[in-house]
Design a protein around this ligand. Structure first.
Ligand code: A2P
Length: 317
């Protein structure tokens, strides 16, 4: 049994999961089967990754062939931004369940604190956004709670939510969020968010733990953090006979966050799983903790064009 973290409701989330953002249809299914064979029991999905059907087929195949049982898997998915209005939450979840071929999720997250008009996959015009007043997150949350009541998901949570935005949900919640999934790596370690979410009973999952270097070029900046390239990470990797990616994964788990590195490469999928067995020394941890520059890869500026109700400052405030 691989390592887990206990959530505020007693459920246990596996520390290491397979990320599936940017895993193309045609490759994600094979990656998933490889991962399950290598011992992964946590799969991180989302409707917007446009690959949930193939993920679902791979899960079904793994179960049918006896590689794993459903109850031993932890499946996370996420509500896309065009499904925030009360009437649209349940259809979004039901589509994901149908695509994944599941009758429940272990965890369902609100993907971003940003809302689009129904049916808009990605806005091309500012009018295609809904402001926080037009799509209050409390109403979205209330529908998420009903999905728990109805057994469609066991945990509900947030993704890309700042401390203040988490607090607002917690204060109005009947069923508390158990997880917030955010960008976390040594250059954006977010120690304050980690501590304040712990106070609120919210576990953090680290997305983009390796720097998300395979994002489309339009989403990249020349000065963005590249944790896997950092010389200190390389030095610690050499000291531990590990790869830089393994150091980043081991650091994430050792500081108490679950972590979801994406890979579609069989050797790297296995290598990343093996990282959960690595124990870094206190000195290694301190040297990595000292790399924090509070610099984001994902500013979310793509949701903030002129005329959008959102700004980068609002997003992370
Ligand atoms: P690939 O899928 O070809 O393995 P993140 O999880 O931060 O989004 O980063 C994903 C990127 O990191 C992908 O380009 C992925 O490539 C690459 N990657 C995943 N695991 C490793 C590893 N162990 N060593 C080097 N690169 C890796």
């Amino acid at each position: 049994m691989s390592r887990t973290f206990r959530l505020s409701n007693g459920d246990e989330i596996p520390a290491l999961g397979l990320g599936t953002w940017k895993s193309e249809p045609g490759e994600v299914g094979a990656a998933l089967r490889e991962a399950i064979g290598a011992g992964y029991r946590h799969i991180d999905c989302a409707a917007i990754y446009m690959n949930e059907r193939e993920v679902g087929q791979a899960i079904a195949g793994a179960i049918a062939e006896g590689d794993v049982r459903r109850e031993d898997l932890w499946i996370t998915s996420k509500l896309w931004n065009c499904n925030h209005l009360a009437a649209d939450v349940r259809p979004g979840l039901e589509q994901t369940l149908a695509d994944l071929g599941l009758d429940y999720l272990d965890l369902y997250l609100i993907h971003w604190p940003v809302a689009f008009k129904p049916g808009v996959t990605f806005p091309r015009q500012p009018e295609e956004y809904l402001s926080p007043d037009e799509a209050p997150i409390a109403q979205t949350w209330s529908e998420m709670e009903k999905a728990v009541d109805d057994g469609l998901c066991r945990n509900i949570g947030l993704s890309n939510f700042s401390e203040a935005k988490c607090r607002a949900v917690v204060d109005g919640a009947r069923i508390a969020p158990t997880v917030n999934q955010v960008e976390l790596h040594p250059i954006l370690a977010q120690p304050d968010l980690l501590a304040s979410c712990a106070d609120m009973g919210i576990h953090l999952t680290a997305h983009s733990p390796l720097g998300s270097g395979d994002r489309p070029d339009v989403m990249k900046r020349s000065d963005e953090p590249q944790p896997m390239e950092h010389r200190v990470v390389h030095a610690i990797a050499d000291r531990n006979q590990a790869s830089p990616a393994q150091v980043l994964i081991a650091w994430a788990i050792q500081r108490g966050t679950s972590v979801i590195p994406k890979s579609v490469n069989p050797e790297r999928i296995r290598q990343n799983m093996a990282a959960s067995e690595i124990t870094l020394s206190d000195i290694d941890m301190a040297e990595i903790n000292a790399l924090d520059r509070a610099e984001r890869i994902m500013l979310a500026d793509f949701f903030c064009p002129p005329g959008s109700p959102y700004t980068v400052e609002w997003m992370w405030a």
